[in-house]
Design a protein around this ligand. Sequence first.
Ligand SMILES: *Cc1c(COP(=O)(O)O)cnc(C)c1O
Length: 409
Amino acid sequence: MDYKAAFQGAVERVRSEGRYRVFADLKRHRGQFPRATWTSPETGAESEVVVWCSNDYLGQGQNPVVTEAMKAAIDAHGSGSGGTRNISGTNHSHVQLEAELADLHGKEAALLFTSGYVSNEATLSTLYNILPGLIIFSDSENHASMIAGIRAGRGEKHVFRHNDLAHLEALLVAASVDAPKLIAFESVYSMDGDIADIPAIVALAKRFGAMTYLDEVHAVGMYGQRGGGVAERDGVMDQIDICEGTLGKAFGVMGGYIAADTVIVDAIRSYAGGFIFTTSLPPSLTAGAAASVRYLKAHNEVRIAHQERAATLKRMMVEASLPVMPSTSHIVPVMVGDPVHCKLVSDLLLSDYGIYVQPINYPTVARGTERLRFTPTPFHTDEMMRDLVNALSKLWAHCNVARLGGYAA
Ligand SMILES: *Cc1c(COP(=O)(O)O)cnc(C)c1O
């Protein structure tokens, strides 16, 4: 077996489809977000860019309230946590952060994981063990981490068409009346920027005796009066059985969690391998995350500013006739529809305009729907938006020429 050739072949397949990934090498600068220094992989030269695709949606990654809490925790408690949660790795700040998160979602308890990915994977796979015969009804656009958890659980699952409640209802009707059921879905879907009808899904769950599992990763910190997510905004937080979130996006740090009734958290805590057999988060992260959650509970004006920025960018793009997709959230996706073209526009924005936005290609989105996905924050100014829209308008004209055979050389 020529192992090396097999690996090369695998990479070549990705490259030939125009979806070979090059990571942008960035230095973020505290106090200057969303500005950063980019190092070119070809020349090693540094240049200044404006970052337009960060999931640090509210700039909490540079909020002094968060960074000072992290520094203080290192000085007080050291670097690592020292173990798994069960074997010496439960620090007081884990307990405090879990209480903060339970309160955020109006639940009895919460449970921390190393990341949002792990929280979805570990929880969903474990639910099949706890509930024999469980059937999971999963939205077709659910995140890779939810799909991984559902697959790993090896139980029965039915995928309903994205946000299609008639299809979900038909699948529920067809399922055995006595079987335990769970509807797994997201609030804000981060690639299209659309939002689920949570009250309607909750009503269906009630009718069919199903539990609900809601991924609010792209909503926590950003929606609801205290940042509890879209379920808080829509007044249905108490109707969600298991709420899942991340500390790595709007909260600006790292880590994932679920919030639920004590008995649910206790069961997951006792059975989920992805929770049990891994070193717990370091105290600096948990202290920083707790400071961030507390801060955003009390500062609704940050959320108002965020929504205003997103609405302004959408309006400017529409006025410039750019193909902005119909997002109802803070996410501003612009359709390109071809992977090579998508990467070309992104490369030119970076090299010629000091604008960094990552091309979103398959398998993150379906083939033929490749896009650029902008995430304006309260720190993106009107001037940055004008620069962006002007650059996109020029490139759109330029790359239309390319499609007629002019540019690609
Ligand atoms: C990013 C993401 C996750 C994973 O969260 P991390 O904390 O980054 O691991 C889970 N669900 C959705 C919908 C996501 O976009």
